[in-house]
Design a protein around this ligand. Structure first.
Ligand SMILES: Cc1cc2nc3c(=O)[nH]c(=O)nc-3n(C[C@H](O)[C@H](O)[C@H](O)COP(=O)(O)OP(=O)(O)OC[C@H]3O[C@@H](n4cnc5c(N)ncnc54)[C@H](O)[C@@H]3O)c2cc1C
Length: 308
């Protein structure tokens, strides 16, 4: 049985989700630039070349194309991050093959793969058939359980032949992200929308997030108003999150926001409007002014912790 090649890119958690989907279809090999911690697969390839010392999507795609030529897998699959989608788009162009992005499910039937995939920021689930001899696809983040095996095999080094001009992407500046829990890994997100009213209004959300070991998120109205940085924005044009608990404070629940947090295990809405979409879709809701509700929750947590 021919294997499926996973390109393991920037996120161990999302790479593992891609492996889970691939493992349901056949034996899996993993290729990565630098070492990977993913284990329990047929083979691990470590791609090495000086051009790949930094982000180089065209060069990575060319490396994968050469690896494909060597092993002839039946598919190349990657987690659907922005960077991986870019790499896979280059690979598809190089091989003159179609690419299906943001795939949720695959069922193989002979040479055809029947897919469902997320379109239009999550507001549409498309059914599609992929008939290419080599399938190229990326997996919608947080749509699969993560592959848990971590006892990584000793990787085989693969040294592609790369022309100098493939390294044309230059990283000119790196922005230091504040240390602490990030939106993508936080078990709890306390998120604020227009209802918070001001940048200063987020102090209560920061305090609650701190007490719960979580991070603060926000809606696009908030970033448009300059109350928070875009880094904190959840949604279609922000970050997609999947915390255990998402506390939506003064957020109406527009579809573009909902698609970014619909993978949350539990949603608590705090809103003055009982008809707001966030309230009607949430697992729990408190109807009230967040400026009164949040201090009450914080005070109760502190009382129970004995830190009043
Ligand atoms: C192409 C495109 C991409 C987009 N991408 C994103 C995205 O990534 N993320 C995103 O968030 N949006 C995105 N949007 C915008 C989205 O459509 C909504 O406009 C936005 O999410 C609304 O933000 P909000 O819920 O904070 O504000 P509103 O919709 O104005 O809702 C405010 C809510 O706060 C409640 N409220 C008011 N005062 C209080 C109070 N004192 N206490 C409690 N509740 C109160 C109100 O009842 C209301 O429900 C996008 C839009 C487009 C067109």
């Amino acid at each position: 049985m021919t294997s499926i090649l996973i390109f393991a890119g920037e996120s161990d958690e999302l790479d593992r989700q891609a492996v889970s989907l691939a493992a349901s279809l056949g034996p899996v090999e993993v290729a990565s630039v630098g070492p990977t911690k993913i284990g329990g697969v047929e083979k691990a390839w470590q791609i090495e070349h000086p051009i790949l010392s930094d982000y180089a999507p065209e060069a990575i795609a060319e490396s994968l194309a050469q690896l494909v030529g060597q092993g002839m897998p039946s598919a190349v699959i990657a987690a659907g991050t922005e960077r991986n989608n870019e790499v896979m788009a280059h690979l598809a162009a190089l091989l003159d093959l179609p690419l299906a992005t943001n795939v949720l499910t695959v069922s193989a039937e002979g040479d055809d793969w029947h897919l469902t995939r997320v379109r239009w920021g999550g507001s549409l689930i498309e059914e599609a058939t992929l008939s290419a001899f080599l399938k190229l696809l990326t997996v919608a983040p947080h749509s699969q359980p993560a592959w848990e095996e971590s006892k990584a095999a000793t990787p085989e080094i693969f040294e592609p032949e790369l022309a100098e001009e493939l390294g044309r992407t230059r990283v000119r500046e790196r922005v230091t992200v504040d240390e602490g829990i990030s939106l993508t890994t936080a078990p709890v997100i306390v998120s604020g929308g227009r209802g918070v009213g001001s940048a200063e209004g987020f102090a209560a959300l920061e305090e609650l997030a701190g007490l719960l070991g979580g991070a603060v998120g926000c809606s696009r109205v908030v970033t448009n108003n300059g109350w928070r940085s875009h880094r904190d924005q959840v949604g279609q044009t922000g970050t997609r999150v999947a915390p255990h608990l998402y506390v939506a404070c003064g957020i109406s629940g527009a579809i573009q926001h909902w698609v970014g947090m619909m993978a949350a295990k539990n949603v608590l809405a705090i809103n003055t409007d009982p008809e707001a979409p966030m309230v009607t879709k949430a697992d729990y809701a408190v109807i009230g002014d967040l400026h009164e509700v949040l201090p009450a929750i914080i005070s109760e947590i502190r009382r129970r912790q004995g830190t009043m």
